[in-house]
Design a protein around this ligand. Sequence first.
Ligand code: PMP
Length: 359
Amino acid sequence: MDLSRYFDYAATTPLAPEVLEAMRPWLEQVPANPHSIHAWGRAAEDAIEHAREQVARAIGAEDPCEVIFTSGASEANNWVIRAAESLAYSPFEHSSVRAPAKRRKAPILANEQFQLKSPESPVSLVSVMSVNNETGAILAPPSLAEGTQLHRDMTQQLGKLPIELTGIDFASFSSHKIYGPMGVGALYARGGWSPSPLVMGGGQEQGRRAGTVNVPGVVGFGAAAAACVATLENRAQVATQRREEILSVLSKVPDIQVLESDANVPHILSVVFLGVQGETLVVEADRAGFAVSSGSACNSRSSDPSAVLEAYGVPKDQLRSAVRISFGAHNTTESTLELGRILAQSVESLRRSQVPASF
Ligand code: PMP
């Protein structure tokens, strides 16, 4: 498969070669449970603590002990949401915030043009993601009453924008969005304090999260986190160029809407093609060897339209007409322009083949 045709970096990224190299010894050679006290165990523990420092540095945490490794951002999100005494959350959240919050019947914050309003009644925690995974919108939290804690799902910010943790009590991160391995992520907890454990059992991660730590995964996450800080600016410039390239083709297609807010990361582009099913376009692109998506990969098997796009103000009859194109390391000008042409042609022929409503 031609990686330059992969335009679904918001769903996951390919493993970077240097990340694989960092992981390799822990995959191939060392029989090391980092919680064992023998030399192999101690070596693995050192590797984990090194990775913790790399992640802490990448996110600007004051102390590495503020980083707790998890199985991914979904677990980190679930953990914070399920442990909060009471909470409110934004309507733009990923399903791993939305689902546990909904189960708790937590209120959704009102918003006006992406400006989130403060909670109507006092809550102990507010959860507002920093970069939306479906549209790339950069979101700001509302002003909060003294004592209200703030959780931010920063999964789509790491590697795209510098991280600033001032005023944030908890933040969620994922390795496989930054060219690291899948199945590993972290919860940042200010001051090393953490909610009561979600996963109970052994005393790993200083008793905050039970389970043998995924050594190769965590080592890969550390290497990816260190690398993503160094490549951030260049990746953003390239993503801006790709975005302009594809929009130079797509903007000629009539009746489209680019879902942009006042502030957006360039890496994620969501476009509504009126009268056409986003999923059909994903299939058409796939036929030509391109990977795009019609929203969050985590919801791609759900029959419900995107709650995020609904909160965005996309009219009901257009909710299934969005395509998400997300850019990354391997895309080229050529592949980007070709994807634009494929989408434009598909939209044109799909619209042409439709029977007018008056027939
Ligand atoms: N939050 C956001 C904003 C995401 O984009 C994702 C991945 N789709 C997650 C959470 C879940 O991350 P993970 O796959 O590591 O559980």
